[in-house]
Ligand binder design. Structure first.
Ligand code: SF4
Length: 253
């Protein structure tokens, strides 16, 4: 017997359209305009840097790298230790492993494609781009989804720590689902347009940064309070302390 699809396991909650509408009106009332990066490889490297980093440090690290290496060929030639040195000047965490991931990505692109550019991905379909990106060392589905959404204006739906947390608190998804499963579910249920997915992604993240924070969410001021099954728990102070989560938000959200 075939396994039920994610949608069969967990149908769309009736509250989702209203949640989406309120968040959009609060955080992104004007329709966004799709933009594609001049060089999606820049976006990929920026996304690697954004893992467990604040946006401001990600920006500083990326700018620092581009200052030292105006062309990625120079970073490849310099090696992982050189990239690490360039990143260290900008501060931030996981510098050693990120430097190695970036160098490995550059190395594989050069070996496999003979070029340090991803501009040709604009002419590929989404599945081809995913196969290419997820075949690179250290690049997983979330990073690929970020490049698709932010650099190639494709209707992807990366799920970061804010989206994961808020989806659970609002009981949009089962509590035991992980980020990968939540992303696959959203993939199936959200309208397949770039603007809808971009708006949902960015507005949920802004809500997570400003109101529904990991620690002490301000439910009393939340525009979703009357829709949220977790509000009563937080308002009554019955919540259990949770381990502090590191920020893992895509760089442009
Ligand atoms: S009511 Fe509280 S827990 Fe629910 S979405 Fe708002 S801030 Fe988050």
């Amino acid at each position: 017997m075939p396994r039920p699809s994610l949608l069969e396991q967990h149908p769309v909650p009736p509250v989702l359209p209203e949640v989406t509408r309120r968040l959009r009106e609060r955080y992104l009332p004007d329709p966004p305009t799709p933009e594609r990066s001049a060089e999606p490889l820049d976006g990929l490297i920026g996304t690697i840097l954004s893992q467990q980093n604040l946006a401001v440090i990600t920006r500083r690290q990326f700018d620092g790298l581009k200052l030292v290496y105006p062309r990625w060929e120079a970073a490849l030639q310099d090696g992982p230790d050189g990239i690490e040195t360039a990143l260290r000047a900008a501060g931030g965490g996981l510098i050693r492993s990120k430097a190695r991931t970036i160098w490995n990505v550059l190395h594989q692109l050069q070996e496999a494609r003979g070029s340090l550019s991803l501009r040709d991905t604009r002419d590929m379909d989404d599945a081809q781009i995913r196969t290419l990106l997820e075949g690179l060392p250290g690049v997983g589905p979330k990073t690929a989804s970020c490049v698709l959404l932010f650099d190639l204006a494709r209707p992807a739906m990366p799920v970061d720590t804010h989206i994961e947390r808020i989806s659970r608190r609002l009981e949009l998804v089962p509590q035991k689902w992980n980020a990968v499963k939540i992303e696959r579910w959203y993939e199936q249920i959200l309208p397949r347009t770039w603007a809808e997915r971009y708006t949902f992604h960015v507005s949920v993240i802004r809500h997570g940064q400003q109101v529904c924070r990991s620690q002490r969410p301000t439910c009393a001021e939340c525009l979703l309070q009357n829709l949220c099954p977790s509000a009563g728990i937080f308002l009554s102070g019955q919540e259990q302390p949770v381990a502090r989560q590191k920020t893992a938000t895509p760089r442009r959200a």
